[in-house]
Ligand binder design. Structure first.
Ligand code: COA
Length: 351
């Protein structure tokens, strides 16, 4: 059977840096006030989550999720040395789509200039923080089966328009940032023990669905829904999370997924260059590294700089460390993710 591989990778984050110092003073339009809008401290955010800053899109309602997706996609295509016209399938993972429907992948297709009568199929997938590895399994299967030859997989998130910038929403609001990451997946010419995408395994448990959810959105608007206080508690308008339950389940699923990935592939940490976990909380990743006995120096994080960018965290983290000269072409990566649903996954692949 043909094996698939990652042909190219790219990421994009907006320029605006929002530090832990600044975030408490922002309102829903990201305007800084003299008075604190949220009762939080930089110290609490850093020690409880690992986040030190995150990126936000400009606060002029000019940006959508597909905008971020396009910028990351263009970089991944350049890295893969192919053009948008070579793409014969798009998979876009997001929890912050441009609008409710149609899916954001078709907007991305138009932005890339490859829409029209001969336009390639476009999939939106909604697996939140697990979206990238869910998409990677789909892309891998499509390429292996010969269905498609160049699959563009993008994880993109515009979180900053749909967060509650009051004390009520502080547990969620401090965690998330805007950004996108993309890969191009295609056939591999070689099938050695380290070559290409070696393993993908996914899971889900719908009984956790209410533990992290958002009911409505219009992600281009600020705020994303015009909330009327007459409605009472605005729990429809903002993400709701049972943080402790999410935390414990994330550690468990990512530990088990990582161990299963090594067992299934017969690899050890000596064979693997990097562990790239989803970036939800630095303490989650430290716990996973401890329980899965992963050498500390092989764990790559980027939550300090970008917060949680949900479906984008894995390619964004890889690209961050590639730009810093740590990750090199051909490196072998084990990745594990966990997110709303609950959903989870683990994968072994070469970049
Ligand atoms: N600033 C200051 N205090 C805050 C705060 C903030 N931003 N957010 C919550 N608190 C308060 C709580 O209100 C609580 O106060 P109380 O003791 O007076 O009730 C206190 O801090 C402790 O809250 P707790 O929920 O026990 O903290 P925690 O150590 O569990 O950390 C999370 C909270 C959200 C950081 C943590 O549960 C987490 O990261 N969960 C997983 C989230 C996740 O991964 N989400 C994405 C899905 S992949």
């Amino acid at each position: 059977m043909i094996r698939s591989k990652i042909l190219g990778l790219g990421s994009y984050v907006p320029d605006r840096i929002v530090t832990n110092e600044e975030i408490a003073y922002l309102d829903a339009r990201h305007i800084r006030h003299d008075e604190k809008q949220t009762d939080t401290t930089p110290e609490w955010i850093r020690t409880r989550t690992g986040v030190e800053e995150r990126r936000y899109v400009p606060n002029d309602e000019s940006t959508t999720c597909s905008d971020l997706a396009q910028r990351a996609a263009v970089r991944a295509l350049e890295d893969a040395q192919c053009s948008a016209k070579d793409v014969d399938c798009i998979i876009l993972a997001t929890l912050s789509p441009d609008i409710h429907f149609p899916g954001t992948a078709v907007f991305l297709q138009s932005r890339l200039g490859i829409d029209g009568d001969e336009g390639c199929p476009c999939f939106d997938i909604r697996q939140q923080c697990s979206g990238f590895l869910y998409g990677l399994q789909m892309a891998d299967s499509f390429v292996k089966s010969g269905q498609y030859k160049r699959v563009l997989l993008v994880g993109a998130e515009l979180h900053s328009h749909s967060l509650d910038y009051s004390t009520r929403g502080r547990d969620v609001m401090v965690l998330f940032g805007d950004g996108a990451g993309a890969v191009v997946v295609g056939p591999s010419e070689s099938n050695g023990p380290r070559d290409g995408i070696l393993y993908t395994k996914l899971g889900a448990d719908g009984s956790g669905a209410q533990d992290l959810h958002l009911k409505v959105f219009d992600s281009q608007k600020m705020p994303h829904i015009q909330y009327d206080p007459a409605w009472g508690t605005p729990d429809v308008a903002y993400p709701q999370m049972n943080g402790k339950k999410v935390f414990l389940n994330a550690v468990r699923a990512m530990n088990l997924g990582t161990r299963a990935a090594l067992q299934a592939t017969g690899l050890t940490w000596d064979d693997v260059d990097w562990f790239v976990p989803h970036q939800a909380n630095l303490r989650i990743n430290e716990a996973v590294a401890k329980f899965a006995e992963i050498p500390e120096e092989k764990v790559l994080n980027s939550i300090q700089f970008y917060g949680n960018t949900t479906a984008a965290t894995v390619p964004l983290t890889i690209d961050h460390h590639r730009k810093a000269g740590r990750v090199k072409k051909g490196d072998l990566i084990v990745s594990a993710v966990f997110g709303a649903g609950f959903t989870w996954g683990a994968s072994v692949f070469q970049v």
